[in-house]
Write a protein that binds this ligand. Structure first.
Ligand code: SF4
Length: 182
């Protein structure tokens, strides 16, 4: 199957591409991340995802950056939620909805997300969001990429490829912990 892989960043996707190929699926990377707090960071993460795509010989598509839309539809009223809280669930749904739409419009067979690589992300919550936004004949694949040492694989591969590894999840609200560091 040709599977749209929502790509949160190059390092996470670096573990998902071989994992999907091991399942006999061919990934197409979809970089759709309006949650990222500024365009400079969006472009930096995109450039690193493109380098991964080139190395692995996979296609990559990016949706236009629109952080204002994300702030209005996802974050408004949820600014003070902690990570893993309600804002994050809304954020997963927002990005997965765009990926589902892309997959459907481009005739891909299914979609999934690199978000499950991270030990900071709760896979069953992501699965629920993916299933909620799936469109007819384009199912969400519930792949828990953190299994089989997925996160460790992603950090190793990111080092090998010298990919940029960000210190915060993406939105401005996830940067708060950085202020507390000495
Ligand atoms: S912390 Fe990460 S997952 Fe949660 S809302 Fe912000 S960007 Fe989205």
């Amino acid at each position: 199957m040709r599977v749209a892989l929502h790509t949160c960043c190059g390092p996470c996707a670096s573990a998902c591409v071989p994992a999907l190929r091991a399942l006999k699926d061919e990934p197409v990377l979809i970089f759709s991340n309006d949650n990222i707090d500024c365009e400079e960071e969006f472009l930096l993460r995109l450039e690193n995802a493109q380098r991964l795509a080139q190395t692995e010989g996979v296609e990559l598509f990016s949706t236009p950056y629109n952080h204002e839309d994300w702030l209005e539809k996802v974050a408004k009223g949820y600014e003070n939620e902690p990570e893993k809280g309600a804002r994050c669930e809304r954020c997963f749904r927002y990005n997965l909805e765009k990926t589902a739409k892309f997959a459907k419009e481009h005739g891909l067979d299914a979609f999934t997300t690199s978000l499950t690589v991270s030990p900071h992300k709760v896979s069953p919550v992501i699965f629920k969001c993916g299933e909620e936004v799936a469109l007819d004949n384009t199912p969400f694949l519930k792949v828990d990429f953190k299994k089989n040492n997925g996160f460790l694989c992603s950090t190793k591969r990111a080092k090998e490829l010298n990919l940029y590894r960000q210190s915060y999840c993406g939105c401005e609200f996830s940067k708060k912990h950085l202020d507390k560091k000495p």
